[in-house]
Design a protein around this ligand. Structure first.
Ligand code: UFG
Length: 331
């Protein structure tokens, strides 16, 4: 299938592009490189340096390339920044996404796959987290993703848009061959920061909160490999043939790991000691978030290949070892 990957030069999008090719699909990349990396995408692939909110240009690309399905990975994703700069988040994550969806309707493209997040649930009532839990985000980032989920439902009713929305838990790891991986600026995610502490690129890793009501007092998260996430998206394509189809899936391994367990996994995989500082809780961090992904397993036949935190960290370490400074494609 001919697929437009919006945000295809970003962390999850670039991994999905390679999984699409492995599955026999034909990706076209749209990315304005605000956060993405040109080097994360093979140079021979069709690449448009265009803003997803540019309705006319996107419509032209959809028509010229005869796109059949759009995948959207191009959201801003810093929870803390979304609290201090909400307009930036509503502008890109909601307003520009609406323009993208309008361009799709203009060009009669009716299939859409959306990167949503477990942050749409806020602090969950129950664990593990199933799709039917109430959605009550506690920050603008989660709210913008929930807003788009609701827009998709409306467009599905009104115009027959068929979509799948995936609520990711903690996307982590890198491609197994070490060619592409996680390179955020600034980096805020736990695994790359712990690796930086292991190799001495930063002095230490601060554990944000050691007094949570969890087995070792640190937060529990569900780290899920980017290639596993990507494969679930592709498995959903078959579900979008029916006009107006609506699908929601929570994607995680279902196994929670604490911050201390992540640090131990990095020490084991790298063979290096990680200097740790116990720090205050980070505002807005729920104590525990982990998925029940039975629905994705049953309906998409989704199987997690990277089923332990060590396996995920091994791939992040392979990427770090191959490219310690990341892509280095910014001035
Ligand atoms: N953490 C530390 N020290 C650090 C960085 C993180 O202790 O230096 C802890 C956090 O407090 C949290 C865990 O490590 O308990 C994971 O933190 P991340 O920042 O890596 O990830 P989050 O769980 O905060 O956020 C992720 C995604 C968001 C998404 C969110 C949903 O990155 O995009 O899950 O809750 F919104």
């Amino acid at each position: 299938m001919k697929v437009l990957v919006v945000g295809g030069a970003g962390y999850i999008g670039s991994h999905c592009v390679r999984q699409l090719i492995a599955a026999g699909h034909d990706p076209v990349i749209l990315d304005n490189l605000a956060y993405g990396h040109r080097k994360a995408v093979a140079p021979e692939l069709p690449f448009y340096d265009v803003n997803l909110g540019d309705r006319e240009k996107v419509k032209a690309i959809l028509e010229d390339e005869a796109i059949e399905l759009v995948m959207h990975f191009a959201a801003f994703c810093y929870v803390g920044e979304s609290v201090t700069e909400p307009v930036k988040y509503y502008e890109n994550n909601v307003v520009a996404t609406l323009r993208l969806l309008e361009a799709m309707m203009d060009a009669n493209v009716t299939k859409f796959v959306f990167s949503s997040t477990c942050a749409t649930f806020g602090v969950p009532d129950r664990l593990p987290m199933t799709e039917d839990l109430p959605q009550a985000p506690i920050n603008p980032y989660g709210q913008t993703k929930l807003d788009v989920e609701n827009i998709l439902k409306s467009l599905s009713h009104a115009h027959g848009l068929s979509f799948a929305a995936f609520r990711y838990f903690n996307a982590a790891g890198a491609s197994e061959d070490g060619l592409i991986g996680e390179d955020h600026d600034p980096e805020t995610h736990l695994i790359p920061l712990v690796i930086d502490a292991a190799v001495g690129k930063r002095e230490n890793i601060k554990i944000f909160g050691t007094d949570y009501d969890t087995p070792d007092g640190t937060c529990l998260r569900d780290y899920v490999h980017v290639d596993d996430l990507s494969r679930a998206h592709i498995a959903a394509f078959d579900k979008l043939d029916q006009p107006g189809a609506q699908h929601f899936y929570n994607l995680g391994t279902g196994t929670p790991n604490s911050v201390r367990e992540v640090i131990q996994a990095v020490e084991k995989v790298t063979g290096k000691k990680v200097p740790v500082v116990e720090a205050e809780r980070r505002p807005g961090d729920p104590p525990a978030l982990y998925a029940d992904s039975k629905k994705a397993k049953a309906e998409l036949g989704w199987e997690v290949k990277f089923d332990t935190i060590e396996k995920i960290v091994e791939t992040a370490w392979a990427w770090h070892s191959a490219k310690p400074e990341g892509y280095q494609d910014r001035g």
